[in-house]
Design a protein around this ligand. Structure first.
Ligand SMILES: Cc1cc2nc3c(=O)[nH]c(=O)nc-3n(C[C@H](O)[C@H](O)[C@H](O)COP(=O)(O)O)c2cc1C
Length: 369
C-alpha cells in the first residue's frame, strides 16, 4: 500500500481520515494513517484547545487540519462572535424567519433552557477561517486541507513557509487544475457519493479524470470509500491514497449523538439526499422530514452560505434537544449502507488494510491463473 504520499507525510498507509472528532484524528494517526481535524465547527478558542489535546495524545504522529474557505462568502467585518451573528442575521429576510418559526411549531420542537446561546457556524466566513489557519500553523501539523475551492493565496504561502502541505477538494477536473495552478500540493478528488458538500460526478468517473488532468500531482480518491476493496479500486483508478469521511462516524471514537448514530447504523445506501438545508450549499446527509421541508416547492427554499445555517441555528439546537433523528442533521455519504456496527478506529484501520491486501492478492492471482 506504500505510495509517494506515505513518504511525503511520514505515514505507513495512505489512508487520510477527515473528522470533526479529535479522538478519531489521534487514533487514525496512531494506527498508521493521517487524521485530519475539520475545524469549521470550532471557534478559534475551541480549535486551540482541540489541537492542544491532539498534540498531547497523537504520540508524535503526523496530523492535519481542514478548513472551509468558500470562494464566495458574505463580507463580515469581524468583531466578536455576537457581532458577526448580528451582521449576518440582518441580511436575512422576514419570509425565511417566518418559515423557520412555522417549522419549529409544526414539528413541536421544545424550547431551549433560558439563557442558552444559539450561534451557528462561523468557520466558513473568511474572517474566522483565516484565524483558524493561524492557530493551526502554530501547531505541529503537516497538512492543511480546504473544501469549496483552493485556499486563498496568502494561506497557501503561509502554509508552505511553515513546511506544511496544502490539499484541496475537487469535484471536477477543471477545479483540480485550478487548485494546482494556485499552488496546491495534493488534490482530493471527491465524488458525488460522498458525505458533506459534494458535486455531481461519481467517484468512479472523477478520480481517473482528475489523475490525468493534474499528473504528476498526487491525488487522493474520496467519496464512497469504506472498505479495502474500495481503496483498491481508488488506487486502480490512479489515486495515490484515499480520503475517508463517513466511515468514522460510526466508530467508537466518532462522537455521533446516540440518536444520529442509530440512524446511521440503520440506514441503507438509498437513504441519503443532497440538500442545501444545513449550510446553504449542496451537502449529502440522511434524508428526513427536515430535508423534505426545505425541498418543499411551497416553502421559500434554503438561503446561501453562511446565511442558511445562522437562520436555522435555533431550530437545529431545539432539534438536538428533542433528540429527533427524523429531523436532525446527519451528514453522511452513500457508504452509510455498509456502516452497520460500531467498532474502534484501530480495528477499522486494520480491516481496511487487511481487505486491501486480500483484494490485490486476488487480482494478482487472477493474472497468474
Ligand atoms: C459529517 C461530514 C462532515 C464533513 N465536513 C467537511 C468539512 O468540514 N470540510 C471538508 O473538507 N470536507 C468535509 N466533509 C467531506 C469529507 O472531507 C470527505 O471528502 C468525504 O466524507 C468523503 O466521502 P465519504 O463520506 O464517502 O467518505 C464532510 C463529510 C462528512 C461525512
Amino acid at each position: 500500500m506504500h505510495t509517494d504520499l506515505c513518504d511525503m507525510f511520514g505515514i505507513e498507509y495512505p489512508i487520510f481520515a477527515f473528522t470533526h472528532c479529535r479522538d478519531v484524528v489521534a487514533a487514525v494517526s496512531k494506527a498508521g494513517g493521517l487524521g485530519v481535524l475539520g475545524a469549521v465547527g470550532f471557534t478559534p478558542e475551541q480549535l486551540e484547545m482541540e489541537l492542544d489535546w491532539i498534540d498531547d495524545n497523537v504520540g508524535g504522529k503526523p496530523y492535519g487540519v481542514d478548513t472551509v474557505m468558500p470562494q464566495k462568502s458574505v463580507d463580515v467585518e469581524g468583531g466578536n462572535a455576537d457581532e458577526m451573528y448580528a451582521q449576518i442575521k440582518s441580511m436575512i429576510d422576514a419570509n425565511h424567519w417566518a418559515y423557520v418559526d412555522e417549522l419549529m411549531d409544526r414539528f413541536d420542537l421544545p424550547d431551549l433552557p433560558e439563557g442558552t446561546q444559539v450561534g451557528g457556524v462561523l468557520g466558513w466566513t473568511d474572517e474566522v477561517a483565516h484565524r483558524q489557519v493561524e492557530i493551526a500553523l502554530s501547531h505541529p501539523i503537516c497538512l492543511i486541507a480546504n473544501a469549496l475551492g483552493s485556499p486563498p493565496k496568502d494561506v497557501i504561502d503561509q502554509a508552505h513557509a511553515h513546511g506544511v502541505k496544502v490539499a484541496a477538494l475537487a469535484g471536477k477536473a477543471v477545479h483540480a487544475q485550478r487548485h494546482v495552478q494556485n499552488g496546491v500540493d495534493v488534490i482530493i478528488a471527491q465524488g458525488y457519493e460522498a458525505g458533506g458538500h459534494t458535486g455531481e460526478i461519481a467517484t468512479m468517473v472523477l478520480v481517473p479524470e482528475v489523475v490525468d488532468a493534474v499528473a504528476p500531482v498526487p491525488v487522493l480518491g474520496a467519496g464512497g470509500i469504506g472498505s479495502g476493496r474500495q481503496i483498491a479500486a481508488a488506487m486502480a483508478l490512479g489515486a495515490q491514497g484515499v480520503w475517508l469521511g463517513s466511515l468514522w462516524l460510526t466508530t467508537a471514537e466518532g462522537g455521533s449523538s446516540p440518536a444520529v448514530l442509530e440512524a446511521y447504523l440503520g440506514a441503507t445506501s438509498a437513504d441519503t439526499v443532497r440538500s442545501r438545508c444545513y449550510t446553504g450549499k449542496p451537502a449529502r446527509m440522511l434524508r428526513n422530514q427536515w430535508t423534505d421541508a426545505w425541498a418543499d416547492p411551497n416553502g421559500p427554499g434554503p438561503l446561501g452560505m453562511p446565511l442558511q445555517n445562522i437562520l436555522t441555528s435555533e431550530a437545529n439546537a431545539r432539534i438536538a434537544r428533542a433528540n429527533r433523528p427524523d429531523l436532525a442533521f446527519a451528514p453522511v455519504g452513500q457508504v452509510v449502507g455498509s456502516m452497520n456496527e460500531v467498532r474502534p478506529v484501530r480495528d477499522v484501520m486494520y480491516r481496511l488494510v487487511e481487505e486491501y491486501i486480500e483484494t490485490t492478492e486476488r487480482l494478482s492471482a487472477g493474472l497468474e491463473g
